[in-house]
Design a protein around this ligand. Structure first.
Ligand SMILES: Nc1ncnc2c1ncn2[C@@H]1O[C@H](COP(=O)(O)OP(=O)(O)OP(=O)(O)O)[C@@H](O)[C@H]1O
Ligand SMILES: [Mg+2]
Length: 269
């Protein structure tokens, strides 16, 4: 069997113009054009152009160091960029007018260790006008109801990172950017969270979720595949399976990476 990742041409869309090359219809929640980022002396993101559809789950996948966190930082406006434009919900990334509409959960949980779980969520909720009831509902959604009164610093690693997630969810942002939210979680909780993300997308929230676990890619509507700071492809999980000629998303991604490396070698020779 060929290991060439021959990507299928997306079906021509019927009706609305697609927001991304994988063919999903709808307006773009995020538009990125010619994004280039340098960190230190190296180019960390090289000329990335893509549209991220609203009300969908977009998975950001790539090996460690491929630029996922840097890309997310650029989307939420905390990353100095070298070139290009990033438009989020119709405004430049980082525009203060988007403050209540964009939630960002970093890889390192930002939670007050000395506050209780509930007080952490209430604190972040108060910024968005959310009260105790909303905070409790969000804790339930992330499976932390039983820990509401526990000091955050006394939680396990997976519980602690879920407090951070709850703090982002409580504001009901229109765009939620989550950097590896399922790391350190057990399979049951992981599945529950993906169900929760799907429910949020169904209600119109735009979610951008990074992971390097390819099996999680199957939960996403569209995927951005990064390698060494470059956008290798934007496609649906199904298109990735077809292109890689396997149902195994991890293997399909590996084949895509190998094919890209082969093309680069050929171009260089
Ligand atoms: N402050 C920094 N200064 C210089 N280089 C940096 C800095 N932060 C990150 N980098 C480099 O930028 C590249 C992309 O890093 P980034 O954190 O975006 O990757 P990632 O895909 O999120 O990786 P991981 O899966 O390990 O979280 C890496 O090579 C990293 O070493
Ligand atoms: Mg990262």
């Amino acid at each position: 069997m060929s290991h060439r990742a021959a990507l299928p041409a997306p079906e021509p869309p019927a009706g609305p113009v697609p927001a991304d090359p994988s063919g999903l219809p709808g307006p773009a929640g995020v538009s990125v054009e010619g994004l280039r980022v340098h960190r230190g002396k190296s180019t960390v993101l090289a000329n990335i152009t893509c549209n991220i559809p609203e009300g969908r789950i977009t998975g950001l996948l790539g090996p460690s160091g491929s630029g996922k966190t840097t890309f997310m930082r650029a989307l939420v406006g905390v990353q100095k960029i070298t070139a290009g434009t990033v438009t989020v919900l119709g405004r430049p990334a980082g525009d203060p007018a988007n403050r209540h509409d964009v939630g960002y959960v970093t890889q390192a949980a930002s939670v007050y260790r000395d506050l209780s779980v509930l007080d952490n969520v209430r604190y972040f909720g108060s910024v968005h006008g959310a009260g105790r009831e909303e905070a409790l509902a969000v804790l339930n959604a992330v499976g932390l109801s039983d820990f509401a009164k526990r000091r955050a610093g006394d939680l396990s690693g997976g519980q602690f990172s879920r407090v951070s997630l709850a703090c982002a969810l409580v504001g009901k942002p229109r765009l939620l950017v989550l950097d590896e939210p399922t790391v350190g979680l057990d399979p049951v909780l992981r599945a529950e969270l993906w169900t929760q993300f799907a429910a949020m997308a169904a209600e119109g929230t735009t979610l951008i979720i990074s992971s390097h676990v390819m099996e999680e890619a199957g939960h996403c509507d569209t995927l951005l595949l990064l390698r060494e700071g470059m956008l290798l492809a934007q496609l649906t999980p199904e298109q990735l399976r077809q292109g890689g000629e396997t149902d195994d998303l991890e293997l399909a991604f590996l084949r895509l990476i190998q094919a890209a490396a082969e093309d680069e070698r050929k171009a260089a020779s």
